[in-house]
Write a protein that binds this ligand. Structure first.
Ligand code: F58
Length: 831
């Protein structure tokens, strides 16, 4: 308040506080100890590392909350257009280091802790990962939140607060087993439960028509009501006071209970049934391949969408009373089609509850939604069976049918009675199981649909959404992905980070990655090269220690560390990597002693989770272990070749592995990886890429040049022809030999691996492993091995990789979205 009674009250409130929290070492120490005593409820004279971590996190959180309040008060006062980012998955990882660094007080905390006898780094290791997502799509959400905050955009993230995050991967005898990730077991200091922020979410029931104002209106009478309670997670920007919010919804039984079920006399069962409401937010679906029409999944989607839409509309109505202003104040971004029920939900609220006309509501909807698509595979496109949707969300089904009716009319005007085309484009798919195509719904209603790299957009335009592109070419865009340098360099590689700032003479690149280009001028400077190698070696030693701790295997940091870490998928071709390793093993084994001395020792590191129901992916994990078992115990091979599988790959593991890698593999069959973001993290950290020309790699090549990476394999446009050829031609010799070793039981388990071998030999080699094998080996041997021996050249390539990574910051991506898609401006909290 700027004047009057409100101002006087605010001043008095403020005078009762100690002012803002202070960040000098004594204040921080006092703060941590207070939290030990009062929050963790341990004696300040006796607490362990975990308790110290809890107290430290609460102390950091206090500072986040201060800024969070200021930011939101400021947004409220300025009332800018806001972006709402809706995603069913956020893969945030740990928060402590990231928050302390973004707040600009990590070093102060480290000093304060030292004096108390603790180490910041050691306490940071106590934190578990927040793994509320599967892979790339979920990490995309997390990187975008960091960039939105740092760039001062008035944005909110909305999602679901799963009690069980992505499963933990346990390897027993080389096989993957899944264990539940009950991540909230030890509390989560980063979130704040907001009991007063809760909304009723309805399911099932019937739709009734009532007379209203001389006309008719629809009333949805639900069969079940569940309460959505908000949990807020502050997201601090770097180099700004702005701290935005990630609001995750948790399901609780509703207070609106149904008298009938209690009146049956079966009180206990009635309570138990109510309790079941909580299952909606209990578990994350661990499959990132294809959509399965499961009722729980549908309820999860609608649950978080409905609560978010209610929250957004409530906020809008707090300061506006005319819905015509809605598109000037609100942009809604759908992260893939998972949140696309938000479209009929906004229509429903505007028409049924706010009593706008259908036309008014539709005009608004067409202006506020945009959608990012993350996949190229048609199996990834969601389809919800009409029967299921009609039962769970009867009013939404009606709305979707009505939208489709007008859309099909428009199609007829445009294309005439081309029934094939009409049936392909219709939102409703006829067939054995009549379904709603969520991608079609999204394209019809969103003003912008974007792919995540240039080549991804080409594939969308020419294949997946060809018909729609012909109708609305202006709707389709691409925004090449990026990742946040705060987490992927500043948090995870402090050594390199300091070196970069020293040589650039500034740390301004942490907010402006284009500045990294300045490193190009020093790429051959002997002094920088020396320091660069030193930092990278320290990171390799750290990685070697980690490998020993996780697997018991000792590896030498003198060897080349060759890494492939990502979800296990056939299209990502971990199998190509393993067959390449088998080939290398076979070669070394058959070499003369004198030749062996010339071999560059190599540690091959693979990590990643397989979806629990994805049989082939699980076999690939087992094969990796079986091959590793043979190679690692072969005394002929010694340190020349090692194969390590890092279990339970997650964000924190990536933070440790990436800075210590020499070379990383991004080897999907061309045309299958929509973008790929792992490559960008490695690139920033000066790790060389061994890659196919797929997804965003094509744009990385343009930035750093072919000479600074190791490219191989078929190009996107060559793949269809090569596939036909693969059906009819045999395998190249070297490839057949490596595969035969698997088939013949050289690594045991021949029966178990049979279907894996058959998928290549008998199954037409869909992912073109055979076709790309020779050029893969060439890239590996001629290029990578030779280049590694020439450390001066290698280091130059490494420096140029980091120098060329500026474009792949999510700051650039988010800036493009803000400007071209959302129409939002920065709103920087001034104090
Ligand atoms: C990933 N997609 C892409 N899930 O595979 C990757 O290339 C990209 O870099 C990343 O998104 C970020 O844009 C992903 O994680 C999916 O694509 C789902 C597959 C199953 C259906 C729903 C999407």
């Amino acid at each position: 308040p700027e004047s009057g009674e409100g101002k006087a009250k605010a001043e008095r409130m403020f005078s009762l506080m100690d002012g803002f929290l202070k960040n000098d070492p004594i204040s921080l120490q006092k703060d941590i100890l207070d939290h030990v005593e009062y929050t963790v409820a341990r004696s300040r004279f006796s607490f362990d590392d975990f308790e110290a971590y809890q107290a430290l996190s609460h102390s950091v959180r206090d500072r986040l909350i201060e800024r969070w309040h200021d930011t939101h008060a400021y947004f409220k006062r300025k009332d800018p257009k806001r972006l709402y980012f809706l995603s069913l998955e956020f893969l945030m990882g740990r928060s402590l280091s990231n928050s302390a660094i973004n707040l600009g007080i990590r070093d102060q905390y480290a000093d304060a802790l030292n004096q108390l006898g603790f180490e910041f780094e050691v306490l940071a290791e106590q934190e578990g990962d927040a793994a509320q997502g599967n892979g790339g799509l979920a990490r995309f959400s997390a990187c975008h939140m960091d960039s939105l905050a740092t760039m001062d955009f008035p944005a909110w993230g909305y999602g679901l607060r799963y009690q069980y995050g992505l499963f933990r991967q346990v390897i027993l005898d080389g096989f993957q087993h899944e264990q539940p990730d009950y991540w909230l077991n030890f509390g989560n200091p980063w979130e704040t439960e907001r009991i007063p922020v809760s909304y009723a979410v309805k399911f099932y029931g019937t739709v009734e028509e009532k007379d209203f104002n001389g006309g008719k209106c629809k009333v949805w009478v639900p069969g079940e009501t569940v309460e959505a309670v908000a949990y807020d997670n502050p997201i601090p920007g770097y180099g700004t006071r702005n701290t935005i919010n990630l609001r995750l919804w948790s399901a609780k039984p509703s207070d609106l209970y149904d008298m009938e079920s209690y009146d049956t006399g079966d009180y206990i069962n009635a309570v138990i049934n109510r309790q079941k409401a909580e299952t909606i937010s209990s578990v994350l679906y661990p499959d990132d391949r294809s959509y399965q029409g499961k009722e729980l999944r549908l309820k999860q989607q609608y649950f978080f969408v409905s609560a978010s839409v209610q929250d957004i509309i409530r906020r809008f109505k707090d300061s506006h009373n005319d819905f015509n202003q809605f598109p000037e104040k609100v942009a809604l971004q759908l992260n893939d089609t998972h949140p696309s029920l938000a479209i009929p939900e906004v229509m429903r609220v505007l028409v049924d509850e706010e009593l706008l006309s259908w036309k008014q509501a539709w005009d608004i909807v067409c202006k506020i939604f945009s959608c990012t698509t993350h996949t190229v595979v048609p199996e990834g496109l969601e389809k919800i069976p009409v029967d299921l949707l009609g039962s769970v969300l009867p009013r939404h089904l009606q709305i979707i049918f009505d939208i489709n009716l007008s859309f099909v009319e428009e199609l007829k005007k445009h294309f005439g009675l081309d029934f094939n085309r009409l049936s392909r484009m219709s939102i409703v798919e006829e067939g054995a199981v009549k379904s709603i195509r969520m991608a079609n719904l999204s394209i019809v209603c969103c003003h912008t649909v974007n792919g995540v790299s240039r080549v991804h957009l080409d594939i969308l335009k020419t294949k997946v959404f060809k018909d729609f592109y012909e109708l609305w070419p202006q709707k389709f865009h691409y925004k090449t992905n990026g990742v946040t340098q705060r987490r992927w360099l500043v948090v995870s590689n402090p050594g390199l980070c300091g070196l970069i700032s020293k040589w650039l003479g500034t740390d301004a690149w942490i907010r402006d990655m284009d500045l990294l280009m300045g490193l190009r001028d020093h790429a051959v400077d002997a002094e920088l090269q020396q320091e660069w190698k030193m930092v990278r070696r320290i990171n390799k030693i750290r990685l070697a220690e980690f490998i020993e701790a996780m697997t018991g295997m000792k590896v030498s940091p003198d060897a080349m560390f060759d890494v492939q870490i990502k979800r296990i998928h056939e299209y990502k071709r971990q199998l190509l990597n393993i067959l390449g390793i088998i080939y290398r093993y076979d070669c070394i084994k058959n070499m003369k002693e004198s030749d062996r001395r010339k071999v560059v020792p190599r540690v091959c590191i693979i990590g990643g989770k397989a979806a629990p129901g994805y049989k082939m992916a699980k076999k690939i994990i087992k094969l990796c272990h079986a091959v590793g078992e043979t190679i690692n115990n072969d005394s002929d091979i010694g340190d020349l070749l090692k194969l390590v599988f890092i279990p339970d790959y997650n964000v924190s593991v990536a933070e440790l592995v990436i800075p210590g890698s020499d070379i990383s593999q991004h080897i999907s069959t061309a045309g299958h990886e929509a973008s790929g973001t792992g490559s960008m993290k490695f690139l920033m950290n000066g790790c060389l890429l061994l890659a196919t020309a797929d997804g965003a790699t094509i744009e990385i090549i343009e930035e750093i040049g072919e000479d600074n990476m190791f490219l191989f394999g078929a190009k996107v446009h060559e793949v269809p022809k090569l596939r036909e050829k693969a059906q009819n031609h045999g395998m190249p010799l070297q490839f057949a030999r490596a595969l035969k070793m698997v088939r013949d039981g050289y690594f045991d388990y021949e029966d178990y691996f049979k279907s894996l071998c058959d998928s290549i030999e008998g199954g037409g080699d869909f992912y073109l492993l055979g076709n790309d094998f020779a050029s893969y080996l060439e890239a590996q041997q001629a290029a990578a091995d030779k280049a590694f021996v020439d450390q001066e050249r290698w280091t130059k390539m490494s420096i140029l990789s980091t120098a060329g990574s500026g474009r792949f910051s999510s700051d650039r991506t988010v800036g493009e979205y803000a400007h071209q898609t959302w129409g939002i401006e920065p709103c920087r909290c001034p104090f």
